[in-house]
Design a protein around this ligand. Structure first.
Ligand code: NAD
Length: 478
């Protein structure tokens, strides 16, 4: 026996061990447990709706209705959709076996992964924490949630609520900033789901490499909007303004800049100005529906971009409130900061190009965006954008709204992220699809391909394989 005093250990490794033990006990695998936990998340959201709205208001001055729409309501829809299809998504799927394996059966069996870590950002601090967690729980995993320390009111409320509603042996909240996240990333995890900026995304990937842990990265980028002369410009202006200035522009899929021809730009500028007044009134600072910038650092970064072009409208700031009015910039140099960094705030630059081809080349010369939006009535233009550009998603005639369709995958490509989730895509993401083949001992079909490779048997096997190839379309490719 050692006389050494016990070392003071951080609780985090123990938390992960507790979740792992719980996973290994099998308690999270039955569909009943999963359904019960999803229902408990739903109850937590409904019973604490007011407190959640207040926390979101304190963090981002988010209006109650916007919180319902983009955070609480989205989560409730995600839970309801998941509960509806969970059994179907989890069911084993039979696939055809090749003729050579005739009496055998093959199926894909979905298995849970283990301990999943969800690391969330501050801009939708509730939705981006719990939406991945809903998928991870639905897939039968245990989950450690790491809310963003920058949305501190929401983070501490979640840390209080989760243990009251959810199975504490299977779902834990770890609060904190860089040191806590770094320690979390040092643990052996079975999946890391990270949403945030690409710099930290690289840190997450490097940490995951140590344990060969699979990673999903939900990153950002500059999502372009193409607008052409065939579009209903009044409607386009209204929808672009809503997507850009929602949450004071702090939305990963917000339209980041407008790409259009000079004639359309001249018509669009006053329409965008009108749409801002229509949505937020003559003085957006007094609108209950217009948010604030998360912190002074972000405020300073954004204020520095306001001179990167000709001011069409906006440009008003109030540092005491971290208020930046909805701002449209024109005649913007594509080498300026507002066009080289993701804006992630209430500023919308308009870039003019000579043609659609030039716009496509402009998009292709930059990192692949999280979303690409198009306002056009030309099917040729739509097809050209779809087939000649790459992005996480495409919204035709709508900005941001694709997130609200639970059947659509949500995720980036290239620099905007890897992996996607929501609904059934979350189920696939947080599961391992195990290939299972089962062949009876008799008849001994596999004997045809066993050594010794006699001519006669090998010829027969060869003929069967050739027949299989020509019958390929009868085989379930999935
Ligand atoms: P953030 O600063 O809150 O960071 C995200 C998470 O990473 C936090 O939980 C934080 O604690 C952790 N973190 C920060 N620094 C770390 C470090 N050095 N080591 C380990 N962990 C660290 O949020 P953010 O990154 O400022 O979020 C904004 C970015 O996220 C934007 O680029 C935006 O486009 C992107 N985003 C993407 C999506 C999406 O779904 N694709 C959604 C929202 C935001």
């Amino acid at each position: 026996m050692s006389n050494q005093a016990p070392t003071l250990l951080s609780p985090l490794p123990n938390t992960v061990l507790r979740l792992r033990d719980s996973f290994n006990s099998g308690r999270t695998r039955p569909l009943e447990w999963r359904r019960g936990q999803l229902a408990a998340v739903r109850r937590m959201l409904v019973e604490n709706r007011d407190a959640l709205r207040e926390a979101l208001y304190a963090d981002l001055r988010k209006s109650g209705i916007e919180s319902d729409l983009t955070e609480i309501g989205m989560l409730i829809r995600e839970i309801d959709h998941t509960l509806r299809y969970l059994k179907r998504w989890q069911a084993p799927r039979r696939v055809r076996v090749p003729i050579l394996m005739g009496p055998g059966t093959a199926q894909i069996v979905r298995e849970s992964l283990g301990v999943v870590a969800v690391i969330a950002p501050w801009n939708y601090p509730l939705q981006l924490l719990l939406a991945p967690a809903i998928g991870a729980i639905a897939a039968g995993n245990t989950v450690v949630l790491k809310p963003s320390e920058l949305a501190s009111h929401t983070s501490s409320l979640i840390a209080r609520l989760v243990p009251r509603y959810l199975d504490q042996s299977a779902v834990a909240v770890v609060e904190g900033g860089i040191p806590e996240t770094t320690e979390l990333l040092e643990q052996k995890l079975n999946h890391i789901f990270y949403t945030g900026n690409a710099t930290v995304g690289r840190i997450v990937l490097r940490a995951a490499a140590a344990h060969l842990t699979p990673v999903t990265l939900e990153l950002g980028g500059k999502s372009p909007v193409w607008v052409d002369a065939t579009a209903d410009l009044v409607s386009a202006a209204r929808r672009i303004v809503w997507g850009r200035f929602l949450n004071a522009g702090q939305t990963c899929v917000a339209p980041d800049f407008v790409l259009t021809t000079p004639d359309v730009a001249a018509r669009l500028e006053p329409l965008l100005t009108d749409a801002i007044a229509e949505l937020y009134g003559p003085n957006p600072q007094s609108s209950p529906d217009y948010g604030r910038i998360i912190n002074d650092r972000q405020f300073g970064r954004l204020a520095g971009m306001l001179n990167d072009g000709r001011l069409v409208t906006g440009g008003v700031t109030d540092a005491a409130e971290r208020y930046i009015s909805p701002t449209i910039l024109a005649d913007v140099d594509s080498a300026s900061t507002v066009m080289t960094e993701e804006i992630f705030g209430p500023i919308l630059p308009i870039i003019t190009v000579a043609s659609l081809d030039e716009a496509i080349a402009f998009i292709g010369a930059r990192d692949k965006p999280l979303a690409l939006y198009a306002f056009t009535n030309s099917s040729e233009t739509r097809n050209a954008l779809l087939s000649r550009t790459s992005s996480g998603a495409v919204g035709i005639g709508a900005c941001v709204a694709h997130l609200m369709v639970p059947g659509l995958p949500f995720g980036g490509v290239g620099a905007s992220g890897m992996g996607s989730y929501h609904g059934g895509h979350s189920m696939a993401l947080f599961s391992h699809d195990k290939a299972v083949l089962s062949i009876p001992a008799r008849p001994d079909v596999l004997g045809l391909v066993h050594a010794p490779y006699e001519r006669r048997r090998t010829r027969l096997a060869h003929r069967l394989i050739t027949r299989l190839r020509s019958n390929r379309k009868g085989c379930n490719p999935s």
